[in-house]
Design a protein. Sequence first.
Length: 56
Amino acid sequence: MNALLLLIPLALGLGLLGLAAFLWALRSGQFDDMDGAAHRILFDDDEDDWKGPPRT
């Protein structure tokens, strides 16, 4: 029973800390462009940078 007096406030504090971290990430724009990086990897804009394997 004494352990609950420590664990319940600890769990509530960690939950509030996680909520605060999520709200901070939301306000700082971490979730603005979810598909940008996923689509960006499919398009090769710099074809001249990579010369490919040597031709024999």
